[in-house]
Design a protein around this ligand. Sequence first.
Ligand code: ZN
Length: 164
Amino acid sequence: MTEEKEVKNDLIVSINYTLKVDNEVIASSIEDEEPLEFLQGHGNIIIGLEREILGMKIGEKKDVIVSPVDGYGEIDEEAYIEIPSNQFPENIPVEVGIELEIQDEDGNPAYARIEEIENNIVLLNLNDPLAGKELHFSVEVLELREASEEELDHGHAHQEGHSH
Ligand code: ZN
């Protein structure tokens, strides 16, 4: 009796995927010619995708639609800050659409995008660019393998021949 191999928690899963948002390709492991490898069941990938991959078999393909709440989150109306434009470092152009890295209250790097400039006040949007978006994935399971003890310990996949 042969056991059909399928995606289970604690297995290392290798997939090809394409991510489309608003009918535009945002990311594709096929274009990058580098399949995505991750440890199933440890939140290494978007939760709404991980859930749908569970139980898939090698060679199986699937289209998965992930709602914002299971993706990059809903748009947070509180995640905006206003800064006078004369407080901007001179090397950063003050233009709508400019993306920058700022420090949050805890000193951690955070993403921000200039949303609006009015009366010399710059409105920064701290939401992830994919917040509030429906994610359209096409996935194919390429390979499955057992995770090493170290990988399970770290909670993520290691590249072949590489550990840290
Ligand atoms: Zn590690």
